[in-house]
Write a protein that binds this ligand. Structure first.
Ligand SMILES: Nc1ncnc2c1ncn2[C@@H]1O[C@H](COP(=O)(O)OP(=O)(O)OP(=O)(O)O)[C@@H](O)[C@H]1O
Ligand SMILES: [Mg+2]
Length: 327
């Protein structure tokens, strides 16, 4: 049996603006076991980035965690000391942010930015600047970047999008000794190299023996890269299953539509998309948050009470009254 590396339990996150409260994450529970590669899929606005940022405690000031527990091994990230949190961010968990440009400071050379991170990741190890530079070069070499010495001495604007993305991956890997959180790691790069970058991440995760939580809209990639998947809709986990079972036989009506609406490589038509609007988090629907868009919603209970996540088969969980859970 795997050991749980990360456990998120019943997490609620709201954003507050001057006028409104956005009730985004609504009792989310997930876990990542040691060595496991886990995918998180769901349409834009479902709360994926909110969940990843909550784990690292880097939500913007409007975002508040109002309930729940986030355990990293046995450390509760919601009430640990600042020092413990820094230690985990610097040496255990690395994150590739959805907006990689925001992760690089335009006014400093790559070298200064990388050394800053590596310095903390290797704090108290007695390394000098030359040693740290060698680590930076090794990390860049790992990402198969051509001419790492030149890259190290460049400013971000002197590099192409694909090169910058490799730098961001190298920086995330400097602190990811155990877990990598990858949030749409290929959004801002040319489609022609997206697959290459994902493969690179996969190879590095394997080589370094990391666990991973991957968010991506590229379902084909998630399918190839993960062992298990969580499907998130409107701030709720609606299905959880081993990757192969999820794609072979999706259970939740939302999962089925999501998989059907993904563009298929072998099909000449685009997916139809999912009819209806995403959840308005200011006034989320009562009951099942998917019920206003669900083609199977014909029970009063769907509108009244949130369906519990129930185990319908070995390792398969779904939150939908079609599979039971009603009273
Ligand atoms: N600072 C904020 N203030 C108010 N609402 C926010 C804020 N940040 C995010 N939200 C809202 O929270 C919801 C979830 O956002 P989030 O970025 O987590 O979605 P996502 O699943 O990562 O989407 P995408 O696939 O587009 O990256 C969205 O409706 C978004 O508008
Ligand atoms: Mg996002």
């Amino acid at each position: 049996m795997y050991e749980n590396l990360l456990t998120v339990k019943d997490l609620f996150v709201k954003y507050k603006s001057y006028w409104y409260v956005y009730h985004v994450l609504d009792g989310v529970s997930i876990n990542v076991k040691l060595g496991e590669k886990v995918g998180l899929i769901g349409e834009s606005g479902a709360g994926k980035t909110t969940l990843l940022k909550s784990i690292l405690r880097v939500l913007p000031p409007q975002g508040k965690i109002t309930n729940g527990e986030i355990l990293y091994r046995d450390v509760n990230l919601l009430n640990c000391s600042k020092q413990q949190l820094l230690e985990i961010r610097r040496r255990k968990i690395g994150m590739i942010f959805q907006d990689p440009l925001a992760a690089l400071n335009p006014v400093f050379k790559i070298k200064e930015q990388m050394l800053d991170i590596i310095k903390y990741a290797h704090e108290n190890s007695g390394m000098n600047k030359r040693d740290l530079e060698n680590i930076a070069l090794d990390l860049l070499r790992d990402t198969l970047i051509p001419d790492p010495e030149r890259v190290l001495n460049s400013y971000p604007f002197e590099l192409s999008g694909g090169m910058r993305q490799r730098v961001v991956i190298a920086m995330a890997l400097a602190s990811a000794r155990e877990l990598l959180l990858a949030d749409e790691p290929t959004t801002n790069i040319d489609v022609t190299i997206q697959a290459q970058i994902l493969k690179l991440i996969m190879d590095l995760v394997k080589k370094k023996g990391l666990s991973m939580l991957l968010v991506s809209h590229a379902l084909g990639m998630v399918r190839n890269m993960t062992d298990r998947i969580y499907v998130i809709y409107g701030g709720n986990i609606v299905e959880e299953a081993p990757t192969s079972k999820l794609f072979k036989d999706p259970l939740h009506p939302y999962t089925r539509l999501l998989i059907d609406s993904a563009p298929k490589i072998l099909s000449s038509t685009l997916g139809e998309g999912i009819k209806g609007n995403p959840v308005d988090y200011r006034h989320p629907p009562s009951g099942c948050r998917f019920h206003p868009r669900c083609p199977f919603c014909d029970q009063e209970i769907c509108r009244r009470a949130k369906p519990p996540l129930i185990e319908v088969d070995r390792d398969r969980y779904v939150s939908c009254y079609l599979y039971g859970g009603g009273t």
